[in-house]
Design a protein around this ligand. Sequence first.
Ligand code: NAP
Length: 327
Amino acid sequence: MPARDPSPNRLPDSLTPAAAAAVVRGETRILGVFGHPVEHSLSPQMHNAALTRLGLSFVYVPFRVRPEALDVALGSLPALGIVGVNLTIPHKERALGMVDEVTDEAREVGAINTVNCVDGRLVADNTDGRGFYAPLVEAGFDARGRTALVLGAGGAARSVVFRLAREGVATILLANRSLERAERLAAAVAEAGYRACRIRTLALDDWEALEQSMRGTDLLVHTTRVGMYPDVDEIPPVPLDALHPGIFVYDLVYNPMETRLLAEARARGCTVMSGIKMLVYQGAAAFEWWTGIWPPTDVMEAAVVDNLNRRQQAAKGPLTGQTANSL
Ligand code: NAP
């Protein structure tokens, strides 16, 4: 007989009552993530692993905040002395109008993922763009003056495209199922004044244009939901034969850790990167902002990989498409 799911109220092994009592004391400061749902977030494991390694007296907590309660929840942060929170689905856009100050990057992107309580004021940022770009730098990929093909034009794509434009990418080819959404994003980048970056839009089903774009690109960034758990056999509709070893292929999906797109690209000699690094680095940027300390990203990555492996092994039933790959 298969093992029954543990009670949802059971503490995970990493937070037994004894361990929790040792971590949470009178002086413990609180960080967290607001989401709805939030149960599948990997951020608590990722941040708590880094906090524990550094011996910091903080704890990172998931808060299940309903959309209609978001303004009250955010407004309560200073009163509760909470240091800061991440925001995930479905709060990232709506929260923009509920904070006191927003960084330029978050305003451009039109969404926030990190809030910091500074002297009782809520200051908000979006660290996704930096989280996306830092692993490229770490991998030795210099995007300046290069050509990037971005698949998708949703929230994640906005962070990616604005960051690429900021970093001096010469040409962005933006392919989306809905051409109109891609055009809106291209117009927003032009309006923001990144005139040195040329953006061309194309529809995902324009096979010929897509093939030509793939042959000419240095970087391919996949930002759609295609291939995300549980639909792991799906692959974005792109001409795979146009993949060549000169392309760096970056898939923002991190569950599964290696998507079908990455496996196909790897088989064709491309350098590949999964969305795990972006998840870790967007979290690291938030962590540094809250604590003033750059966290051990290897510890954070190990926590994410370990938890994804456990989920895969447990295969305790389908996660919903929306939550399977959220902060
Ligand atoms: P979103 O705002 O809902 O955008 C979804 C995108 O996927 C849109 O471009 C949409 O095209 C496209 N899409 C959805 N289904 C499609 C299909 N069947 N065929 C072709 N295109 C399809 O979502 P998001 O927040 O940008 O997230 C997108 C992905 O990035 C998710 O997998 C998410 O987990 C991942 N992500 C990863 C990180 C990380 O840290 N690694 C961070 C953020 C997001 P239309 O516009 O035509 O609908």
